[in-house]
Design a protein around this ligand. Structure first.
Ligand SMILES: [Zn+2]
Ligand SMILES: [Zn+2]
Length: 360
């Protein structure tokens, strides 16, 4: 059943949004603060959850509905307007009254996340981080840095699968030492080859795999890591005031990618324990998974987009750590000027050395 939950202040009826700095739900009208866990209980006791008309969600849309597949229709609990959202959307805001809303059906039952890492950084901090990135880029076109080019800033909870693996790892290495000895006109070259094996058990916790096809995997993997020790049990109220997606890549599909990442990091786990030779080469590894667990988590990401000369640039900032990743346009002219400058500097240094050599 499609339903929307909006979080209203019990004190004044204002909108409650999750505040990253306070780590609490804060009323945008009177400033009252509520613990996301406690608030839910207060809310459920005080005010029934608003429900959209039966058959209005994407899975069972009303007969004759004109919404294309992949979208769901909801009724805003605040203003009563019909809200249309992507079927994978789990939180957003009413386009008419701006109330933050959570699509509860997208985060309940089978779709309920186990964990959430709440936002620790604010929208202003995300914009400021991008501005600083512009300032530090030597090759950035001046016009880009001078004007405010941030077109859109969105705080998104991205669905991730977190895999835990208990493993048995077996690695093999080939080591080689070469020594040379001269005997008159003859040179004796001795090559010694050794083999080493390493075996052990290792546990890998929380290998993340992006569970949303809307989010580009390379961007998501570059904003990692998230500190999962700061994750909390999921409550829908954490999503209030943000956008959220539910997974559309299930844990079975995500497993292959997690396993791939596991073998890559496990394959050289014991590498540092093989020492004392001129060359050390891995000669094979096997990783056997003895136990696996998977958790569904929502992780916080700021998505910033900017359009410059009809080109779209996307940046992503880890909403927990503030790590910012993205493409920047390259000013070709500035690049060549900079390269030219580097060359002339090194030419002066080389000239100086030559003069010194003559003087000696
Ligand atoms: Zn209030
Ligand atoms: Zn509304």
């Amino acid at each position: 059943m499609a339903s929307l939950l909006d979080y209203k202040c019990p004190n004044c009826g204002g909108n409650l949004v999750f505040d990253a700095v306070a780590g609490a739900l804060v009323c945008d009208n009177c400033g009252s603060r509520y613990d996301p866990g406690q608030f839910q209980a207060v809310y459920q006791a005080g005010r029934p959850q608003a429900q959209a008309p039966a058959g209005a969600d994407s899975a069972s849309r009303a007969e004759g509905s004109t919404w294309p597949t992949g979208f769901g229709q909801y009724t805003c609990p605040s203003c009563g307007a019909a809200v249309v959202a992507e079927a994978t959307a789990a939180a957003g805001s009413c386009p008419y009254c701006r109330s933050p809303v959570v699509m509860t059906a997208q985060v309940a039952g089978e779709l309920a996340p186990d964990l959430v890492v709440p936002f620790k950084t604010t929208r202003d901090q995300a914009v400021e981080a991008l501005r600083k990135l512009y300032l530090n880029k030597r090759l950035l076109p001046k016009v880009f840095a001078a004007q405010n080019f941030v077109d859109e800033v969105k705080g998104v909870y991205v669905p991730f699968w977190l895999f835990d693996f208990d493993t048995e790892i077996h690695e093999r290495y080939i080591m080689r030492d070469v020594s040379r000895r001269r005997h008159g006109s003859t040179e004796h070259i001795t090559t010694r080859e050794y083999a080493a094996e390493r075996a052990g058990r290792a546990r890998f916790m929380g290998i993340p795999v992006d569970g949303s096809t809307n989010m580009p995997d390379p961007i998501m993997e570059s904003v990692e890591p998230f500190d999962l020790s700061q994750s909390v049990l999921f409550r829908p109220s954490y999503l209030s005031g943000f956008l959220a997606e539910r997974y559309d890549v299930d844990s079975n599909q995500a497993h292959a990618r997690a396993h791939d990442r596991l073998t890559k990091s496990a394959g050289t786990l014991f590498r540092d324990t093989v020492t004392g030779h001129q060359t050390i080469k891995p000669a094979g590894s096997s990783v056997t998974v003895t136990k696996m667990a998977v958790h569904y988590a929502l992780l916080p990401v700021w998505m910033l987009t900017t359009i410059w000369r009809d080109q779209r640039f996307t940046f992503a900032m880890n909403g927990q750590t503030g790590r910012l990743i993205g493409d920047l346009p390259l000013d070709r002219q500035a690049y060549w000027r900079w390269l030219g400058l580097l060359f002339s500097v090194s030419a002066v240094v080389a000239g100086g050395l030559a003069a010194l050599a003559v003087a000696l």
